[in-house]
Design a protein around this ligand. Structure first.
Ligand SMILES: Nc1nc2c(ncn2[C@@H]2O[C@H](COP(=O)(O)OP(=O)(O)OP(=O)(O)O)[C@@H](O)[C@H]2O)c(=O)[nH]1
Ligand SMILES: Nc1nc2c(ncn2[C@@H]2O[C@H](COP(=O)(O)OP(=O)(O)OP(=O)(O)O)[C@@H](O)[C@H]2O)c(=O)[nH]1
Ligand SMILES: [Mg+2]
Ligand SMILES: [Mg+2]
Lengths: 292, 274
């Protein structure tokens, strides 16, 4: 564990009196390794370690009988602080329908998450509508239709020849017309560096004024999380992040990177392939997971 | 890097960061940089070239193209965690084989995920391959059994098996893969000839864990690294190569049918530094 690694490193210095700054830096190298191994972006790690060091230079650590334990406590507290508020999920806006737009890279889990979000609102007695705006991926519309069928949630699908923007505006109008409480838009996966496709998202946002633009991110995302989050946030001013596939053993350091560069809240966690596997976000649990 | 006039610790630190930001992980980055430190080089340009050479050496240690023998049919099984690009890669591979004059049969053995079969059927149509399928919820091993029989009956050159995405931590799902492998071994001795693990270049250190588990549980003969058209560099393959000796055989560079390329170590290393 990180605590035992840190204790081992810092113990060899304790013998000769107070810990020095140099000793502490040796211990912080272990923290750096742990965070990098957890996929936290190296720039984010640098600035995070600086903050930890600033706090760790105090007497609580330097004169402690178990400095390793003290450092881990500070790391954990700082991680929790960066994680932000815990979140139980998504709320309806006062003006109905609430429009929620899901965006993100290819394969991150948007379509599945759209189904999960629809189920969550339905469980709450709300009338949900799914909008199948991915007209690119083979059988993407069918995939959302199958999910909607299983939930008994209607799915607004494209007329042939319509583009993604038209599907979204049509879907929201349909939702308004038939009194839906929430309209959930599933968009096609795309690269943050694909200007044309990013423009498409900006256009959709412009036309339907969503209450939520949620970035769906795979928990196993590596160093690239910074690029992805920055581009999507700068283009769309996202309102939050949904992290998926946390039922695996990925440490999820991407979350720290995303929080660091966007400051946007983590709203929900995908914990499996079934539509009931959507959970609230607990910052302290995420911090423990990243620390390993 | 061109602003460095001499080799000093700051330059080496910067190079280490380039590697880490490419998802090589700290161990690989330090190993490559330490070798430079030991060799006491003093020309910055030479340093970069030496690192590239060290990286190419790791990758070429265990190289290999796709092994598709004349085995009536040769069998390729595609596996990996959820969303990495397995089904799309099969569409691309099937089209490449068609252009090589090969007859391809595809087994739609993802009987779990919504519209997985429909997605694969479209790729089959696009690449002129026959897709063998059952209804949703069927036993994947049964689909594989039937697809193998159909491939033999039709004189197909290649059978490609699409499997459902699965996290390596789910024991029952890994058992399902083992069963598929056993069916192939029993019904067509010598097969499967390739078990390809599809990894997403955007993933970080977990790709190494995935490779370890899949390798241990069903054996992996090669890797396909997808989504290299993004900004992620896929540097995790150095660790995978060193620890598991599994060659990267192909890379995915986009969502279109022709976006599949053979893996070339030198090109990969050059792209990492771009
Ligand atoms: N284990 C696990 N799998 C998930 C989770 N969320 C989604 N998946 C799976 O991940 C894969 C990709 O999910 P999709 O919903 O198709 O992803 P997507 O973002 O819509 O993909 P594109 O539309 O191609 O960009 C599927 O196999 C899903 O079942 C999760 O929380 N846990
Ligand atoms: N940019 C890019 N996208 C890719 C590449 N390969 C696949 N994709 C996209 O990634 C998404 C997921 O691809 P799939 O083929 O459905 O992945 P999968 O592994 O079969 O997914 P599951 O069966 O749900 O586990 C789709 O949107 C694909 O178009 C690639 O090389 N580059
Ligand atoms: Mg989708
Ligand atoms: Mg698939």
């Amino acid at each position: 564990s990180l605590t035992s690694k840190l204790d081992a490193v810092l113990k060899k210095f304790k013998g000769r009196g107070l810990l020095t700054e140099k000793d502490l830096e040796e211990g912080l190298r272990e923290v750096r390794l742990a965070l990098l191994e957890a996929d936290v972006n190296f720039k984010v790690v640098k600035s995070f370690i600086e903050r930890v060091k600033g706090r760790a230079m105090g007497r609580e650590v330097m004169e402690s009988l178990s400095p390793g334990q003290q450092v881990v406590k500070i790391v954990y507290e700082e991680l929790c602080a960066v994680m932000g508020e815990g979140s139980k999920g998504l709320q309806l806006s006062p003006n109905l329908p609430t429009v929620i737009m899901l965006v993100g890279l290819q394969g991150s889990g948007k379509t599945t998450t759209a189904g999960k979000v629809a189920r969550m609102f339905k469980q709450d007695g709300r009338k949900a509508l799914l909008v199948a705006a991915d007209i690119r991926r083979p059988a993407a519309v069918k995939q959302l239709e199958v999910l909607g069928e299983g939930l008994k949630v209607p799915v607004y699908t494209p007329d042939t020849g319509k583009d993604a923007v038209a599907v979204c505006t049509g879907g929201v109008e349909y939702g308004k017309k038939y009194g839906h409480d929430v309209v959930i838009i599933d968009t096609a996966g795309r690269l943050h560096i694909d200007d044309e496709l990013m423009k498409e998202l900006i256009c959709i946002k412009d036309k339907v004024s969503p209450n939520e633009v949620l970035l769906v991110v795979d928990a196993m995302t590596g160093q690239d999380a910074v690029n992805i989050a920055t581009h999507f946030n700068e283009s769309l001013d996202i309102t939050g992040v949904i992290l998926t596939k946390l039922d695996g053993d990925a440490r999820g350091g991407a979350v720290l990177s995303i929080r660091h560069v966007t400051g946007k809240p983590i709203r929900l966690l995908g914990m499996g392939e079934k539509l009931d596997q959507l959970e609230p976000f607990y910052p302290d649990r995420m911090a423990s997971r990243i620390l390993g | 890097l061109s602003r460095w006039k001499k080799v000093d610790p700051a330059l080496l630190d910067e190079l280490e960061e380039v590697l880490i930001s490419a998802d090589t992980g700290v161990l690989v980055a330090e190993k490559l940089i330490d070798k430079i430190r030991k060799d006491k080089m003093n020309d910055p340009a030479a340093v970069k070239e030496a690192i590239k050479e060290g990286m190419i050496n790791i990758l070429t240690e265990h190289e290999g193209a796709l092994n598709l023998p004349d085995a009536g049919p040769a069998v390729v099984v595609i596996v990996g965690v959820n969303g990495t690009g397995k089904t799309t890669t099969i569409g691309k591979l099937s089209e490449r084989l068609r252009r090589e004059g090969k007859k391809v049969v595809i087994a739609a053995a993802d009987t779990f995920r919504a519209a997985a079969i429909e997605q694969l059927v479209i790729w089959g149509e696009r690449s002129g391959a026959t897709v063998i399928r059952h209804t949703g919820g069927a036993d994947p091993a049964a689909v594989v059994f039937d697809a193998l029989a159909a491939a033999k009956a039709r004189g197909a050159d290649i059978l490609i098996v699409d499997t459902a995405g699965r996290l390596h931590t789910k024991v029952n799902l890994m058992e399902e893969l083992k069963k598929i492998r056993r069916v192939l071994e029993r019904e067509h001795p010598g097969s499967p000839h390739e078990i390809l693990l599809v990894l997403d270049a955007t993933a970080g250190q977990n790709s190494l864990v995935q490779a370890r588990f899949f390798s241990r549980d069903i054996g992996i003969t090669g890797i396909v690294l997808t989504k290299l058209d993004g900004t992620a560099k896929g540097g995790i393959i150095f660790s995978i190569m060193e620890e598991l000796k599994i060659p990267v055989k192909m890379i995915g560079v986009g969502e279109s049918i022709e976006d599949l390329r053979d893996f070339h170590a030198k090109e990969f290393v050059e792209a990492l530094f771009e």
